[in-house]
Design a protein around this ligand. Structure first.
Ligand code: FAD
Ligand code: NAI
Length: 463
């Protein structure tokens, strides 16, 4: 240790990095975390998961109240949305949580090195003019918005996800480029507050990577809510003229171009790993073809003592995946066994209803062998029906021979919370029968999961 300033230096204080730093310190390792932002928490807490969920929550409350959804229960009145107050709520939510991480760093004696870290050797990093040597260095630098060639984001009228979180007014017409998770979540926020929203998606369907049936069903639900789609369409130009923006599109397979007039454009076509400025060459590290840092299943890179986790390595770009990798990498550094089961990482779209899945899609499962599928519509779930939330379904995909659950997909108002049960069942190697014979409280949305599992056996009660 004498030669080293720290046992562990983590670069980046997002959900991967800050969790790795805290767990390393909990395990008795002298730990520092370099972060160049003014606040801790990375993309997730500052400009990602948390602020987007704050606005989703606020806009959902507004839509429920102002669009008469509560009238059925006798709740009526005049409801207005004050955007500056809503934005203040978002800022306060972010402030509270980022300060919370600062508190946790102090509590666990993690040193925050404020500044941009740059490798000067395999075990040496320069941060804010200071040279720091660490026995283990964890790269947790996350990701940032993928730019669309030829389109200049001005964060006023042509925005990325960060700009779309901070809009000071409701767009009259928001064109969303990319029908992925960000496009649908932030598109939902502004649609609920009154914007016309058009989603331009390159592929033939929204939400790539999810189960086909769930994608189609989601598409129908969003359309019913007022989204307009241009699927199989690519954007070839975005031109700002004062307060207006003209988006030029053409069929992805080629064909005649057309223009869409908008007040605002959101570019949300994916994210790419952050490695610029890290000077990885000095550490002897090379990137893969996608610009990611490759690791083995223990999160070791090709260079001894250098580890990597989170959005900067392959796999879904999700906060909970980064967090679990943060715990695992710290445990591996400490000589314990840290494992992440990358086959069981739930994903959730926090729209209303929520869309969630874990494990294989039906298409992937069928490609691997014979499967049995059980489905249950939310329309037949007593609680969802009572609450006036009939949209969606739960779908359980099981191996036809062993009955082991291979994947679970769902659309319903509580899907983001319900998917945890599916992930846990799958971690324990559950069969659909195990779930079908587990007692679920009544009346809950979760009963739809039990009934979908019963449907795999061909014996649901309520349909
Ligand atoms: P990041 O959170 O990106 O953190 C990396 C940190 O490293 C950053 O703070 C950066 O400043 C810092 N850094 C980079 N380079 C250096 C350097 N050289 N020196 C010092 N510091 C450096 N995921 C979910 O699971 N659920 C959601 O609901 C969700 N919502 C999202 C909504 C939006 C709008 C966006 C953009 C993303 C969302 N995500 C969500 C994705 C989630 O934010 C990321 O998967 C997660 O933050 C990745 O964590 P990370 O620790 O790998 O990296
Ligand atoms: P995404 O990968 O989810 O979706 C991007 C979409 O843009 C895809 O459907 C793609 O086909 C389309 N696209 C790409 N190029 C295009 C073009 N030129 N024209 C039209 N469409 C084009 O990426 P998104 O939505 O930007 O999100 C980035 C990441 O952030 C995701 O990987 C996601 O994991 C994470 N995230 C997670 C959330 C959650 O867990 N709830 C919420 C928000 C983001």
């Amino acid at each position: 240790m004498a030669d080293y300033d720290y046992d562990v230096l983590v670069i980046g204080a997002g959900p991967g990095g800050y969790v790795a730093a805290i767990r390393a310190a909990q395990l008795g390792l002298k730990t520092a975390c370099a972060e160049s932002r003014e606040t801790l928490g990375g993309t997730c807490l500052n400009v990602g998961c948390i602020p987007s969920k704050a606005l989703l929550h606020a806009s959902e409350l507004f839509e429920e109240a102002a669009h008469g959804h509560m009238a059925k229960w006798g709740i009526t009145g005049q409801f207005n949305i004050d955007i500056p107050t809503m934005q203040k709520g978002r800022v306060e939510a972010v402030e509270g949580l980022t300060k919370g991480i600062e508190f946790l760093f102090k509590k666990n004696k993690v040193t925050w090195l404020k500044g941009l870290a740059k490798f000067t050797g395999a075990d040496t990093v320069e941060v804010a003019g200071q040279t720091v040597r660490a026995k283990n260095i964890v790269i947790a630098t996350g990701s940032s918005v993928t730019p669309l060639p030829g389109v200049t984001v001005d964060q006023e009228r042509i925005v990325d996800s960060t700009g779309a979180l901070e809009l000071p007014e409701v767009p009259s017409h928001l064109v969303v480029i990319g029908g992925g998770v960000i496009g649908l979540e932030l598109g939902s926020v502004w649609r609920r507050l009154g914007a016309q929203v058009t989603v331009v998606e390159y592929l033939d369907q929204i939400l790539p990577g999810m189960d086909e049936e769930i994608r189609k069903e989601s598409n129908k639900i969003f359309k019913k809510q007022g989204f307009t789609y241009k699927l199989g369409t690519k954007v070839t130009g975005v031109q700002r003229n004062g307060d207006a923006v003209t988006v030029t599109v053409e069929p992805a397979k080629g064909g005649a171009a057309e223009t869409i007039e908008a007040s605002h454009v959101l570019v949300s076509i994916g994210r790419r790993p952050n490695t610029d400025g890290l000077n990885l060459e000095a550490a002897g590290l090379q990137l893969n073809a996608k610009g990611q840092v490759e690791t083995d299943h223990s999160f070791r890179t090709a260079v001894p003592g250098v580890w990597a986790i989170g959005d900067v390595i392959p796999g879904p770009m999700l906060a909970h995946k980064a967090e679990d990798e943060g715990i695992a990498v710290a445990e591996n550094i400490a000589g314990l066994t840290g494992i992440v089961n990358h086959n069981i990482i739930p994903s959730v779209v926090y729209t209303t209803p929520e869309i969630a899945g874990v494990g294989l899609t039906e298409e992937q499962a069928r490609a691997g062998g014979e499967v049995k599928v059980g489905k249950f519509p939310m329309m037949a779930n007593s609680r969802a029906k009572t609450n006036g939330e009939p949209d969606g379904l739960v779908k359980v995909i099981a191996d036809a021979k062993t009955d082991r659950v291979l994947g679970v997909w769902m659309i319903n108002n509580l899907a983001g919370t319900m998917i945890a049960q599916a992930a846990q069942a799958m971690e324990f190697g559950a069969t659909s029968e195990d779930i079908a014979y587990t007692c679920h409280a009544h009346p809950t949305h979760a009963e739809a999961f039990k009934e979908a599992a019963m449907a795999v056996q061909g014996k649901p009660i309520h349909i």
